[in-house]
Design a protein. Structure first.
Lengths: 216, 259
């Protein structure tokens, strides 16, 4: 086995471009997952069956089917419906939508975890419904679930290589392109693999620290 | 939908069979890895705990797809081991999801009340006997619901193998798309196929859970265990450490926190 360090050097410019794309996708996807997840979680608590049922069905369906197939679906089917998006936007949409169904569960657990007394206190103060949510329930619920949301950011990071399948040049995409041009396969894939561990491991340590601080 | 001919349907159905095989084989390897690593992480010797912990952190840190590519493209060049795509995929999926499973096994073992182990020591059981006769039978029912979630993640993970050219459902869909030049029908069909597979898997695991619960004398839930699985599912539905936070300040928090 020979490991060619000069190939690693050649790969670096492409690699950094890949890292930037991966982080961009991750940041945008996370924002979308956090926002959409909250929407799903609130909709599932709605008193209207017409809202509750379709949302529950949709989130269950999206959560139980592969992200890769969903990406293909968005990438190939949306243009047939007249919506043409770039690979990058499709990837962010797919990743954000898929993980929003997970964050919805996290928010739900967080909201359920707020003591009943808080609801009663809000009622006793005759706070309007919107204020009850915004000023009383959500701040407590979200504080408690921040570490869990962070775990899903790490999970999204690890699923982001799938985006190369629809042509997004993130880390794996760059490695693939580099190895097909130069045949330095060993170096390119190894660098990317190690890069993932180097990003994910400190991130998970950080989350554990955060968890100790926020969740008492 | 009518423009998918019988031949193309057969392609998709063959894909279902490949996906099922992949899931079963990877799950089998994954269970072995999960128990091996999970039990090793509770070992008395520091070095065993360290090595198994390192395995867990490495495989949790890297992406299943990257590892699959690595097994598929780098192993042959670096070490001269060329694996059949199917087995490369099983190896990568089993080792990755086994690492996640080891956390479930470790957590469930840690959640067995310490008195049980002490009682086994008092009866002078050997460590292996403690594990086999006292700890694992009680830890096992706790593992089943999170293993169900992991199995569904694994099923979803098998779609990745289509990128290596293993003819599973997702790969078949690509061929059908090329043949029919339309994407919406075939991708809708295969999403439903995956959903049905996940549903069947969940049902199967419910049966396993009921047996496991009955095995330690806990009343097996009569009405398909909807309420029971829901209350368990609340704590364990997201994989791994999420479970701890999701459990929040409930009574389970003490044991979960330890886990």
């Amino acid at each position: 086995m020979k490991f060619d360090w000069s190939a690693v050097g050649d790969f670096m410019p492409l690699f950094w471009r890949g890292v930037v794309v991966t982080l961009e996708v991750l940041a945008l996807g996370s924002l979308m997952a956090f926002a959409l997840g909250l929407v799903w979680a609130l909709a599932q608590r709605s008193s209207l069956k017409v809202v509750r049922w379709p949302v529950t069905a949709l989130t269950e369906f999206v959560r139980n089917t592969p992200l890769l197939v969903q990406l293909f679906f968005l990438f190939y089917v949306m243009p047939e419906w007249g919506v043409t998006l770039t690979a990058m936007v499709t990837g962010v949409l797919g990743l954000g939508l898929h993980y929003s169904t997970y964050t919805a569960e996290v928010y739900r657990a967080g909201i359920d975890g707020v003591p009943v007394g808080q609801w009663e206190a809000a009622t006793a103060l005759s706070l309007p419904r919107s204020r009850t949510w915004i000023a009383v329930i959500l701040p407590q619920a979200i504080r408690r679930v921040v570490p869990a949301l962070g775990n899903y950011v790490i999970a999204m990071l690890k699923d982001s290589p799938m985006l190369f399948a629809i042509g997004v040049l993130e880390m794996l995409g760059q490695a693939r392109q580099f190895s097909s041009q130069t045949f330095q396969t060993v170096e390119a894939y190894t660098v990317v693999g190690i890069a993932f561990i180097l990003i994910a491991y400190p991130a998970s340590l950080l989350l554990r620290a955060l968890e100790r601080r926020l969740v008492r | 939908m009518s423009d998918i001919s019988w031949g193309l349907w057969k392609l998709l159905l063959n894909g279902v069979w490949i996906t099922v095989q992949l899931t079963v084989y990877s799950a089998a390897l994954g269970v072995v890895v999960a128990f091996g690593i999970g039990i090793a992480r509770t070992h008395r010797l520091r070095i065993v705990r360290f090595l198994s912990g390192a395995y867990f952190e490495i495989f949790r840190g890297t992406s299943a797809l990257i590892f699959m590519f690595w097994v598929f493209f780098v192993l042959p060049l670096a070490f001269g081991w060329q694996l059949v795509p199917m087995w490369a995929a099983v190896l990568a999926l089993g080792m990755t999801y086994g690492a996640y499973g080891s956390e479930i096994v470790r957590g469930a073992i840690a959640a067995v009340s310490p008195g049980q182990r002490e009682a086994a020591i008092a009866l002078s059981f050997s460590p292996a006997q403690q594990l086999r006769k006292v700890i694992l039978p009680q830890a096992w029912p706790e593992m089943v619901p999170p293993f169900n979630n992991l199995a569904i993640e694994l099923l979803k993970g098998t779609a990745l193998v289509s990128l290596l050219g293993v003819p599973d459902i997702a790969f078949g869909a690509q061929l059908v798309r090329n043949a029919t030049t339309r994407s919406a029908p075939v991708y809708t069909i295969i999403l439903v196929m995956y959903f049905v597979l996940a549903f069947v898997l969940t049902r199967g695991m419910r049966v396993v859970e009921r047996h496991a619960k009955a095995g330690i004398g806990q009343a097996p839930p009569k009405r398909a265990g909807l309420t029971t699985t829901l209350s368990i599912g609340k704590q364990t539905s997201p994989i791994g450490p999420v479970a701890r936070t999701a459990a929040g300040p409930t009574t389970g928090a003490a044991t979960e926190g330890e886990a």
